[in-house]
Design a protein around this ligand. Structure first.
Ligand SMILES: Nc1ncnc2c1ncn2[C@@H]1O[C@H](COP(=O)(O)OP(=O)(O)OP(=O)(O)O)[C@@H](O)[C@H]1O
Length: 243
């Protein structure tokens, strides 16, 4: 639904050397892009900087050509960026249904049929994630790791973002759940045009659903290729991907 363009983005912490150093990257409308790289390569830093949670020292972030640089996080979210952070941020005290309604709240607030639209959007999430439908009245803290990740993803999707940023959604999950989650992402990109930037240590899983793979190293993009090419390149795999 949207194209994300990153131009010469530089981000660092305190007085330290930049973690991202003049990074250029385009995530085109409806693409799934896997963001790969060793621990500490800067994947989380990039996702947080895109949302304005970590401030940039320089460069620009554009959404469909509109400059987001300098905008607060809230405005970036309203324009269609969503982040599912590492650690599955769901509200533990609220039920599955309440978490989803909360995710949808701002999107439909003030509209004539707000409640009907919101409930329809929540209902679609139950169709995508059947285990959530079964546990809709369960509090967040009683969910399994896989259910929590589904809820975190559904809570982002229910607000119909244009670009979804995900930080290691497969961490600690069983292969079957990972396949289910990544499959939903790929299907959403195909059916709704959702644009996805997926940071993952699970290189094979991420590349299996991605259109493109991008490798970060030492603050720069060192490879940006079709996912199948990247997975098939032994030198690149050996140097940066560890398999
Ligand atoms: N709040 C912070 N303050 C200072 N340094 C930080 C902070 N957050 C991250 N860093 C440093 O920035 C670098 C990049 O970290 P980041 O978490 O972005 O990498 P990553 O690619 O997401 O790693 P991982 O795959 O392990 O999650 C690391 O050297 C890290 O120590």
């Amino acid at each position: 639904m949207s194209t994300l363009t990153i131009e010469r983005l530089t981000v660092g912490y305190g007085d330290g050397a930049p973690v991202l150093d003049g990074l250029d990257l385009t995530v085109p409308d409806g693409d799934v892009v896997a963001l790969l790289g060793a621990n500490g390569a800067g994947k989380t830093t990039l996702l947080r900087a895109l949302l304005g949670l970590t401030s940039a020292r320089g460069g620009r972030v554009l959404l469909d050509g509109a400059d987001l640089t300098g905008l607060p996080t809230e405005d970036r979210v309203r324009r269609g960026l969503a982040l599912v952070p590492e650690g599955r941020g769901v509200v533990a005290e609220l039920t599955v249904a309440e978490n989803l309604r909360l995710g949808a709240l701002w999107r439909y607030a003030g509209r004539k049929h707000a409640r009907v639209e919101r409930d329809a959007a929540v209902g679609q999430m139950y169709e995508l994630f059947e285990p959530l439908a079964r546990r809709r009245d369960a509090p967040g803290h009683t969910l399994s790791g896989g259910e929590r990740q589904m809820l975190a993803l559904a809570r982002a999707l229910v607000a119909r973002p244009g670009v979804l940023l995900l930080d290691e959604p497969s961490l600690g999950l069983a292969p079957l759940v990972v396949a289910q989650l990544l499959g939903v992402l790929r299907d959403q990109a195909r059916s709704t045009g959702l644009t996805v930037l997926l940071a993952e240590q699970n290189v094979t899983g991420a590349l299996s659903v991605a259109d493109r793979g991008v490798v970060l190293s030492l603050g720069e993009v060192v490879a940006d290729r079709p996912a199948a090419d990247l997975a098939a390149d032994p030198a690149l795999r050996h140097a940066y991907l560890g398999f």
